[in-house]
Write a protein that binds this ligand. Structure first.
Ligand SMILES: Cc1cc2nc3c(=O)[nH]c(=O)nc-3n(C[C@H](O)[C@H](O)[C@H](O)COP(=O)(O)O)c2cc1C
Length: 193
């Protein structure tokens, strides 16, 4: 499959400037900016407007809750997420609240809301890195998550830091060009053969 590190066509600056760095400054995030991140998720689209997402967040100065979230991460993520001034655990309600039955699109909607959060972060000079690398059973136990919720990802948020502060291996990956499949690899203008 063909890849390139160039934009093929023009896109919004928010998309162009978004990336997922690992180097975070320990500068705290202003509370108003934290609320704007979650406000962005409020206005994300969702199946039947269910808005199934739920966010558990902790700032670095909320030591107990921040450490509870941090302890759930894989060791590889702990290496760099230790400096993130804001950690967020993202959850999705499994069942519809106004209809009987499971919401098959709850995780889809959570992902969409998380993308809104990520782009709002760029708008405010913040950076976001999502993490699927965490211990699920520990997360459920430590955060006491009810069985009505499915765990999505963790998200680290903060102001850009100095890549020089990262361990050597991560520093090199941080500076690598980002590659993407070309559109022709994943866009079809016909039915399958
Ligand atoms: C669902 C999801 C899970 C991810 N999990 C991790 C993770 O556990 N650790 C990590 O360092 N990055 C993780 N990432 C970040 C991706 O590696 C990153 O988005 C990808 O390499 C593309 O880079 P970019 O976001 O800078 O464009 C995850 C991203 C997503 C969307």
């Amino acid at each position: 499959m063909q890849k390139s590190n160039q934009f093929q066509y023009p896109v919004s600056d928010l998309i162009k400037n978004r990336r997922s760095p690992r180097a975070f400054s320990n500068q705290p995030i202003e509370p108003a900016k934290i609320y704007s991140l979650f406000e962005a998720t409020r206005w994300a689209p969702s199946s039947t407007n269910e808005q199934p997402w739920l966010y558990v967040y902790a700032t670095h100065d909320q030591t107990e809750l921040w450490t509870t979230l941090f302890d759930c991460l894989n060791d590889g993520n702990k290496l760099w997420a230790k400096d993130a001034p804001l950690l967020i655990l993202t959850l999705a309600r499994k069942n519809f609240s106004r209809f009987p039955g499971a919401n098959a699109h709850a995780m889809y909607d959570l992902g969409g809301a998380n993308s809104f959060l990520s782009l709002q972060a760029v708008e405010m000079g913040l950076q976001v890195r999502q993490m699927a690398g965490f211990n699920l059973s520990k997360t459920i136990e430590r955060v006491r998550i009810p069985s009505t919720y499915e765990v999505g990802v963790f998200i680290a948020v903060g102001y850009p830091g100095d890549p020089e502060m990262l361990p050597e291996r991560l520093k090199l990956r941080e500076l690598e060009p980002r590659e993407r499949f070309l559109q022709q690899e994943f866009v079809m203008n016909k039915a399958f053969d």
